[in-house]
Design a protein. Structure first.
Length: 482
């Protein structure tokens, strides 16, 4: 196709995406309501939390659909391969989740302080870093994927399929990381409808493509990989469209010379380093958990995948309120409004506890019904039911740390997030796993429950300490000087 023809197609596609996104962008109506300090705080929390909950649920829903489709194929090998491959890439991309979290907290505080130039500068910094990291991942994919997959150690039958899955999906790395930056930046600006549209578009497109490639084209685990690759590339195109439209609506401009000044990256890199170490510990824990399950066979690996997807469903449901805490707490700190900050913390945590109670009750009452949705393989169903009791208390054990993550990101207390995660990983999870190895998969679940429990206890303690020391705001007095 001639260059001019290709440009015309691209332009038409971008204009079409912009037209679709218009209902989510009209005059920033929702964001303006959120900024209204006279609005009841609970309504402000719900204005962000409910749309973000809907968007967040679509993330594990994608994993649940993959699991359900592959779990009903003739061989468990396809499910085991995607469980290993998707776990590998999910953990790998999670490692760079600081791109979203750091963008949200920093942008929210700058927005609250009225520093709109800094908001645009943070967008440029995060996208530049995402591009560099994404290209690096694609470049070093062969040794990287082989090393991590060897640590997970799926069965010989599943190994080849898992490697093929990863080699296909890894080419979406620059787009995936760029989309993380876009989501974080839009959320920091409290542009909830745009964020919702972006996340739903990407994940629902992936689900639709799953049915097309896995079932319609009979591509099995390879189809799941191509579905994710295509959806992630389309999602980044939508992200760029949304960003362009929001930048046009801001009465500010990026000072490109600032992007060459090292000192302007210091806060950005310091916070992202804390979040990187924190997330690296979480990735290590989850990868280790998956690897230990894989070493017990495909059946245990598949059962653990189902249980973990159900836990993630609860966590992502709560994430809507954690995202609200990130944005609103950061905005309150930027405005130096501590009463509003504490109110946001209280309301988001109460909602999180309520969701945990409902989830634990459902898991207690309906185990067989839920398992049947994901697999009709008798040996996988039996194994899942065996370890089901460990799932029931997990939502309640993890709720405080899930909510505290949002509060600490918004307020910039990322060092505490790093330190408490190091304690939970290397002070609790690994030692307990070592001591309970004789219990097999039960010991693995005991270690994971304890990991979540100590995270909740330690982060709750740090919140109390910062409140007692009255040290939430001082670090950000310089926000207006950027």
């Amino acid at each position: 196709m001639p260059t001019r023809g290709r440009a015309g197609v691209y332009q038409t596609l971008v204009v079409g995406l912009y037209s679709i996104s218009q209902p989510f962008l009209s005059e920033y109506e929702l964001a303006d309501n959120v900024h209204d300090m006279n609005q009841p705080r609970n309504k402000k929390v719900l204005a962000i939390a409910l749309p973000m909950t809907a968007a967040s649920i679509s993330i594990p829903l994608l994993g649940l659909v993959d699991t359900a489709i592959l779990g009903h194929l003739e061989q468990a090998t396809f499910l085991a391969a995607v469980a290993a491959g998707s776990s590998l890439l999910t953990m790998l991309f999670w490692l760079f989740a600081f791109l979203r979290m750091g963008s949200t907290g920093l942008t929210a505080r700058a927005w609250g302080a009225g520093n709109y130039n800094r908001c645009l500068e943070l967008l440029a910094q995060s996208l530049l870093l995402a591009l560099i990291l994404g290209i690096t991942l694609v470049t070093i994919q062969q040794p990287l994927l082989k090393t991590i997959l060897n640590l997970i150690k799926p069965s010989d039958e599943a190994y080849g399929l898992a490697m093929e899955y990863c080699q296909i999906r890894i080419f979406a790395a620059p787009a995936t990381l760029g989309t993380l930056c876009a989501v974080g930046w839009l959320l920091g600006l409290q542009r909830v409808r745009a964020t919702l549209f972006l996340m739903l578009f990407t994940n629902l497109a992936n689900i639709g493509l799953d049915f097309l490639f896995i079932i319609g084209l009979d591509m099995n685990s390879r189809g799941a990989a191509y579905a994710s690759l295509t959806a992630e590339l389309l999602g980044f195109l939508v992200a760029l469209t949304l960003i362009i439209q929001h930048v046009k609506g801001m009465d500010s401009a990026i000072n490109w010379l600032h992007l060459k000044q090292w000192h302007r990256y210091k806060e950005f890199l310091r916070i992202n380093l804390h979040l990187f170490i924190r997330t690296a510990c979480l990735v290590f824990t989850m990868t280790f958990f998956t690897a230990q399950g894989a070493r017990q066979g495909d059946t245990i690996l598949a059962a653990n995948a189902i249980l973990m997807q159900l836990l993630l469903l609860v966590a992502y449901t709560q994430d809507g309120f954690a995202h609200a805490a990130e944005s609103l707490a950061g905005h309150a700190i930027g405005r130096n409004n501590l009463p509003s900050f504490y109110q946001v913390c209280l309301e988001t945590t109460v909602w999180g506890i309520g969701i945990s109670c409902i989830a634990s009750l459902i898991y207690l009452l309906f185990p067989e019904t839920i398992i049947a949705v994901f697999t009709d393989l008798p040996f996988v169903s039996k194994a899942t039911l065996t370890y089901w009791p460990w799932l029931i208390p997990l939502p309640l054990l993890g709720v405080i740390c899930f909510m505290a993550d949002g509060i600490f990101i918004g307020s910039g207390k990322t060092r505490a997030m790093q330190d408490t995660m190091l304690l939970a990983t290397f002070g609790i999870f690994i030692p307990l796993w070592f001591l309970t190895r004789s219990l097999g998969n039960h010991g693995l679940w005991i270690a994971y429950l304890s990991f979540l429990g100590i995270r909740s206890i330690s982060m709750g303690g740090m919140f109390a300490y910062y409140s007692w020391q009255k040290s939430w705001s001082p670090a950000f007095k310089s926000l207006k000087s950027y």
